[in-house]
Design a protein around this ligand. Structure first.
Ligand SMILES: [Zn+2]
Length: 148
């Protein structure tokens, strides 16, 4: 059976969260859920937090057209060259300017400067547990599930 890695990131890709707050959230999660392990990841600029092999389709959040993977790959390469400090792109479908973070990834993906990674949680992370993390982070979160 493959491993499941659930990543909790702040909703804002540019938001930095201090090590002590990340540790507090990790301790809270360790008490709340059963899993193999919990790790903290940080970087000094936003990183792409992916859903592993589960990214099947991407849609425009404005006009809901399906976005071509080749176009997206080029846009990602360009943003990566600037360390993802600028995520805005002009979409090919409707010409709107949207953050790469706000495209509709199926399954969800995102960008962040930090993540709490939960390896093989036994159950789904429930709403109360996520609310506790939101409270510790003092911001909204995004949950990304990857199969390894
Ligand atoms: Zn569009």
């Amino acid at each position: 059976m493959s491993d499941r890695l659930v990543k909790i990131i702040p909703a804002n890709p540019y938001m930095a969260i201090s090590d002590s707050i990340l540790r507090e959230a990790k301790d809270d999660l360790q008490n709340a859920i059963q899993c193999d392990s919990i790790a903290i990841q940080t970087s000094d600029h936003p990183a792409f937090v992916d859903c592993g092999g589960s990214l099947e389709r991407i849609f425009c959040p404005v006009c809901h057209s399906e976005i071509d993977f080749e176009w997206w790959g080029t846009a990602m390469d360009r943003a990566y060259e600037e360390a993802f400090r600028k995520l805005d792109v002009v979409l090919p479908c409707c010409g709107e300017t949207v953050s790469l973070n706000d495209l509709q990834y199926d399954f969800p993906c995102g960008f962040s400067t930090c993540a709490i990674e939960i390896l093989n949680p036994i159950a789904q992370i429930d709403a109360a547990t996520l609310d506790a993390v939101k409270e510790i982070f003092r911001t909204g979160v995004r949950v990304i599930c990857a199969r390894l």
